[in-house]
Design a protein around this ligand. Structure first.
Ligand code: ADP
Ligand code: MG
Ligand code: MG
Length: 875
């Protein structure tokens, strides 16, 4: 069995065995790039070592020594030689890159004697002593576990006493004194002299790297990034090259493209006369990579060529470590560079245009969930800011505006064109109009799935939730942070991407569908089968959705249209009507308003289908809050001077009480409203067809799809369909316009799924309302589950994921699948879509594709995410 591989024996495909670093060093060696020779002790050896209770066994030792002999031959130097010693680095390298998590030792092989040899061979005492002191420091830290602070302090003291600023200012004598001091620290701390035998140094270092697989940092890193624990790390032993041999030497790190915005340019830093770790350690300020062209133009030119070669070879942006030794360039590492969403998109598209990638490769390179970053206004990342408070990053994007404490205030001010940030202890569905009106939302309570968070994400509004640093006094209308008091009208800013809160305004940049972004999405459109629509209730949202590439509206909710200040009284009159006549009067007033709503939405969505859901929520949501009423009545009674108002309020209270439900989610809502009070749905249907007829007269094509919510029994849909057809016929007779339309239902109850064959007989389409379907399948009330026991469920791994965020394939998904099969069984041409929040989640979108839905519908801001996710599902 082979445990040790020379760089010349491996290649990039051997990642699992050699680790990422080792495989790429081998690959670069194979294609003839200037890589200092070396060998890799495999991850398999690491696993075996851990299995043997952290002992190096004879065969491994022998194989390592063989590889070392080979290295001596290649380099013409000898390990432990007094005249021309071979020095090596010992570097960790796991299968998945874990930058900085594990340890590296440089200049191994030095001791009191070989350091003299190095001095003689290089012609520089200073250089040799510099290497030795670095080696003692790193080896003691990594292998002997002597606190590195002790060495740092000794070095600093020396520099101070000599009055030099940089390490480079220390001469050979000073360095020699430092070495003596270092050796003393080691023998004091370990009670043993510093190991002088190079082979012992090597074996100890290999063990230390193996052991570092299980150090705290590495374990935590793997937890956070969900990486497996059993793989182990490889160890790379590589002959040293020296960037600290004078001004014609140096070391650096560079990305082949800008990892932050994707621009095709070298992006990186380098240091003259330095060894690798100096660049990251921040002991000296490095120079921008382009400056290298001034210091060593020939080497720079060669480096640029090699970067290009590597990028082409790996077909991806590379993150490269290099060192220059007396004018000769060496490559020490390459890996695929980590990048932001903006950069990922630009790089994928540019590389396709450059002929490096195919379009499908480009699509695969970009993670749909990453795109979220690009679709919100955000704070200029180049500016450094001081937050006053922190909360949870509940909905990405940034917002600035005047502080307001109530939804009504938010609506009023924003009506006057003032930008506001709504600050609440927490939000409830009653605050929806304030959330709509505000630039962003800040709450002091509630988690990432709190009402404010969910609603804000749905609308693409920035939100910071659960900021315990702020104290809100709703009576005094103040927000206090530490000792500073903020009042209504003070400007604050929030960043929903990191949960930070700032006083005053901050510099912001707009979300852009950059040229590359649009291009990538067009490629996604070519590939995908699954349609993408948007959930939109207003003309603005509809336009936004269209701009982002939605092929129609999959869910237009009508209840928000009833909520605005001017309509609410009419809606209330309609609900509280004593008789049919009074109700009809109110409905007659509402009809033209609804008609206007639909006209504008249809106009924005010309030529595209618009699915309109008839009224869904229980009616008491439109009435005053019970507790508020009680307070009002008590006050009126105390004052006792307005008998009329008191009587009215008492009457109202009676009606509010009579509409009260113990469990409104399962109460009198959805099509149940339409069955009991058909006038409401009739009015809505009339408004839809009248609006359509108006536009048809203008010569425009509109495609209304009327959706009946919460159907559980076919008869419900049958009756409601008749009602809608009646309205359509009336409008046709009156306007003379023949409108093409569909009538369908939202499938959101388990009974609807299992009787979908019967329901399909009355439906032109199904749209899966997976929010309610998840509630009714699990028997969870979302508001009571999220942020409460569901958190516990996730922590205890009772459920793998929040089923309201990621569709539960086994349960809810299986019902959806049943409904798809049964529905199409009855009616093969049945259109099938999904309009729950899952419609914007990549994993759920993949499932929708697999079970053969026609489209997903999601919030306008997630349309680009869904377009790409749908393409991924296809690839
Ligand atoms: P990390 O994974 O933390 O980057 P590395 O093993 O890549 O650790 O090494 C740390 C630094 O030492 C890097 O800057 C690297 O380029 C440098 N280095 C590693 N091996 C050698 C070598 N053989 N010669 C010169 N520099 C080296
Ligand atoms: Mg490295
Ligand atoms: Mg529903």
């Amino acid at each position: 069995k082979q445990y040790v591989y020379l760089f010349s024996e491996g290649n990039a495909d051997m990642r699992e065995l050699l680790g990422g670093k080792g495989a790429n060093l081998a690959e670069m060696t194979k294609i003839g790039l200037p890589v200092p020779p070396g060998f890799t002790v495999s991850t398999e050896a690491c696993r075996e070592y851990l299995r043997r209770d952290q002992q190096i066994w004879d065969e491994l030792r022998d194989e390592t020594i063989d590889a070392l002999r080979n290295l001596e031959e290649t380099t013409g130097k000898k390990f432990g030689d007094r005249k021309n010693p071979l020095l090596v680095s010992v570097r960790s390298g796991s299968v998945f890159s874990m930058p900085g998590m594990m340890d590296t030792v440089l200049n191994l092989g030095l001791n009191d004697e070989t350091v003299q040899g190095l001095a003689a061979a290089s012609g520089s005492d200073r250089f040799a002593f510099d290497c030795y002191r670095r080696f003692i420091q790193m080896f003691s830290d990594v292998v002997l576990k002597v606190d590195h602070y002790l060495f740092d302090r000794a070095l600093e003291e020396k520099k101070k006493s000599l009055g030099v600023k940089d390490d480079t200012g220390l001469d050979a004598t000073a360095l020699q004194e430092i070495i003596e001091k270092y050796l003393k620290i080691v023998s004091e701390k370990t009670k043993e002299p510093f190991p002088q035998d190079p082979l012992e140094q090597l074996i100890l270092s290999i063990r230390a790297v193996f052991d570092s697989w299980n150090n705290q940092r590495a374990v935590v890193y793997r937890q956070i990034h969900k990486l497996p624990d059993h793989l182990g790390t490889a160890v790379n032993v590589q002959s040293m090259v020296f960037g600290n041999l004078g001004d014609d030497s140096g070391t650096g790190v560079a990305f082949t493209r800008n990892p932050s915005d994707g621009t095709k340019e070298l992006y990186g830093e380098f240091l003259i006369n330095a060894q690798g770790e100096d660049v990251v350690a921040g002991t000296r300020t490095p120079l921008p990579i382009a400056k290298m062209n001034e210091y060593m133009p020939d080497v720079y030119k060669q480096f640029v060529e090699l970067c290009e070669l590597l990028e082409n070879h790996y077909q991806d942006i590379q993150d490269i470590e290099f060192t220059v030794e007396r004018g000769t360039l060496y490559l020490l590492q390459t890996r695929n560079g980590k990048r932001t969403a903006a950069s990922a998109v630009k790089i994928a598209v540019n590389m396709t245009e450059e002929g490096i990638l195919t379009r499908e490769d480009a699509l695969r390179r970009v993670d749909p969930s990453q795109l979220d970053q690009l679709l919100h206004r955000r704070i200029d990342p180049d500016v450094k800011l001081d937050p006053i408070a922190k909360g949870l990053p509940a909905s990405p994007g940034a917002a600035s505006g005047q502080l307001v404490f109530t939804a009504d205030e938010a609506e009023r001010l924003s009506g006057d064109g003032v930008k506001v940030v709504l600050v609440r202890p927490e939000t409830t569905p009653d605050d929806i109009h304030g959330i709509v009106a505000a630039q962003g939302i800040l709450t002091s309570r509630g988690g990432m799935t709190s009402h404010a968070a969910v609603v804000a994400r749905g609308m693409g509004k920035p939100c910071v939730s659960g900021s315990e640093d702020i104290r809100i006094d709703l009576n005094a209308k103040t927000m206090t942070v530490d000792d500073k008091v903020f009042n209504v009208g003070d400007i604050i800013s929030i960043d929903g991407s990191n949960g930070e809160v700032y006083a005053g305004t901050v510099p912001m940049i707009d979300p852009e569908l950059s040229g590359e972004f649009s291009m990538l999405l067009e490629w996604a459109d070519e590939v995908r089968q699954l349609g993408v629509r948007a959930n939109a209730d207003t003309p603005e949202d509809a336009r936004k959705a269209r701009e982002f590439g939605a092929a129609g509206i999959g869910l237009c909710r009508t209840e928000h249209m009833f909520m605005s200040q001017d309509r609410l009284p009419v809606v209330q009159a309609m609900i509280l009507a004593k008789d049919h006549e009074e109700r009809q009067q109110a409905l007659d007033k509402l009809l033209p308003m609804q008609q206007d709503d639909f006209t504008e939405i249809f106009r924005a969505m010309e030529d595209l289908p618009v699915t309109i859901r008839l009224l869904d929520p229980p009616l008491h949501e439109f009435l005053p809050n019970l507790e508020d009423l009680l307070v009002d009545i008590t006050l009126l009674r105390e004052r006792g001077n307005d008998a009329k108002e008191l009587r009215q309020k008492e009457e109202l209270l009676k009606q509010v009480r009579s509409l009260h439900e113990f469990n409104p989610m399962l109460g009198h809502r959805g099509c149940r409203l339409g069955i009991v009070t058909p006038e409401i749905y009739k009015m809505q249907a009339l408004a839809i067809f009248k609006a359509a007829a108006t536009l048809a007269k203008e010569g425009k094509t509109v495609i209304p799809e009327v959706m009946i919510p919460l159907v559980g029994h076919e008869t419900e849909l049958k009756l409601m369909r008749e009602l809608v057809l009646e309205a359509a016929a009336e409008v046709k007779a009156e306007s003379g316009q023949n409108i093409e339309f569909k009538v369908g239902t939202m499938i959101e109850l388990p009974r609807a799924c299992v009787t979908a064959d019967e329901i399909a007989a009355h439906a032109d389409f199904f749209s899966f309302g997976t929010n309610d379907l998840t509630q009714t399948t699990f028997g969870f009330s979302r508001d009571d589950a999220e942020g409460k026991f569901l958190l516990e469920y996730l922590q205890q791994k009772v459920l793998p994921e929040n089923p309201f965020a990621v569709l539960d394939r086994d349960g809810v998904g299986s019902l959806v699948k049943t409904a798809v099969e049964k529905g199409r069984g009855t009616k093969p041409e049945l259109k099938l879509g999904i309009c729950g929040e899952h419609g914007g989640d990549p994993s759920s979108i993949e499932f929708c594709h697999q079970i053969g839905l026609n489209y997903v519908s999601c919030s306008p801001y997630r349309v680009p995410v869904a377009r790409l996710a749908a393409a991924h599902a296809q690839l």
